[in-house]
Design a binder for this molecule. Structure first.
Ligand code: FMN
Length: 188
C-alpha cells in the first residue's frame, strides 16, 4: 500500500470488533512509531499509557463523547467498543508547541495502526478524572485519548465534497466528507 492509499484508509472508526484483541506488541510498536516522530527541539516530552483491561476500558468508555455530529447516537454498543486505548500525556508545564507535538505523535500512531489493519479514533471529548484514575501520571496531564480496534463498520471517504459534517446512511455506513485539494491550497 502506498502512502496516499494509507492516508485514505486511515479514517476515524467508532465501531469495532471488540472481541478481537490487539496484542501488547502491536500497541507498543505504535508507541515506538510515535517516539520516532518529529517534535519541537527534540525534547520528547510526551508519555503514553496503554489501556486494555476490560474494567478500565469500561470506565474510560463511559466518559467519552462519541461523534458529536451524530446527535441521536450515544456511541458504540457493547461488542462494538474499542479493544484498546492509548493515552497521550504531556508535562503539566505548558509549552506553546505541546499540542503540535501531540497531533504529530497521534498521527504517527493512527497511520501505524492502519497499516496493520487496525482502526482508530482520536478523542478529545473524554472525562479527565476517569483517565487519571486508570492511568495516573504524576506531573503530567492527559492531552489525547486514542481508541483502537479492528474495524466493525464501513467508513467511506467522500472526496471533493463541500460538506464538513460526517453522516451515517440507512445501511449504517459512515461517510466522511473532505474538501477538494484545490480549495485548501491558498497559494501555489
Ligand atoms: C484532535 C481531535 C479530536 C477528536 N475528538 C473526537 C471525539 O472526542 N469524539 C469523536 O467521536 N471523534 C473525535 N475526533 C474524530 C473526528 O471527528 C474525525 O477525525 C473527523 O470527523 C474526520 O474523520 P476522519 O478522521 O475519518 O477523517 C477527533 C479528531 C481529532 C483530530
Amino acid at each position: 500500500m502506498d502512502f496516499s492509499e494509507l492516508t485514505e484508509k486511515t479514517r476515524s472508526y467508532r465501531r469495532f470488533r471488540e472481541e478481537r484483541t490487539i496484542s501488547a506488541g502491536k500497541l507498543r510498536k505504535m508507541i515506538s512509531m510515535a517516539g520516532m516522530a518529529p517534535c519541537a527541539s527534540n525534547l520528547q516530552r510526551l508519555r503514553f499509557s496503554i489501556v486494555t483491561d476490560k474494567k478500565e476500558r469500561s470506565a474510560l468508555f463511559s466518559g467519552i463523547g462519541w461523534a458529536g455530529y451524530l446527535a441521536d447516537w450515544d456511541g458504540p454498543e457493547p461488542g462494538k467498543r474499542p479493544s484498546a486505548y492509548i493515552v497521550i500525556h504531556a508535562p503539566e508545564e505548558h509549552k506553546f508547541f505541546t499540542g503540535i507535538d501531540v497531533g504529530i505523535a497521534a498521527s504517527y500512531m493512527v497511520l501505524a495502526a492502519s497499516a496493520e489493519g487496525i482502526g482508530s479514533c482520536m478523542l478529545l471529548n473524554f472525562e479527565k478524572g476517569a483517565v487519571d484514575s486508570i492511568a495516573p501520571a504524576e506531573g503530567y496531564t492527559v492531552k489525547l485519548v486514542i481508541a483502537f480496534g479492528y474495524p466493525g463498520e464501513t467508513v467511506k471517504l467522500e472526496k471533493d465534497s463541500e460538506k464538513i459534517r460526517y453522516w451515517r446512511d440507512e445501511k449504517g455506513v459512515h461517510h466522511v466528507p473532505k474538501l477538494p485539494s484545490d480549495s485548501i491550497i491558498l497559494k501555489g
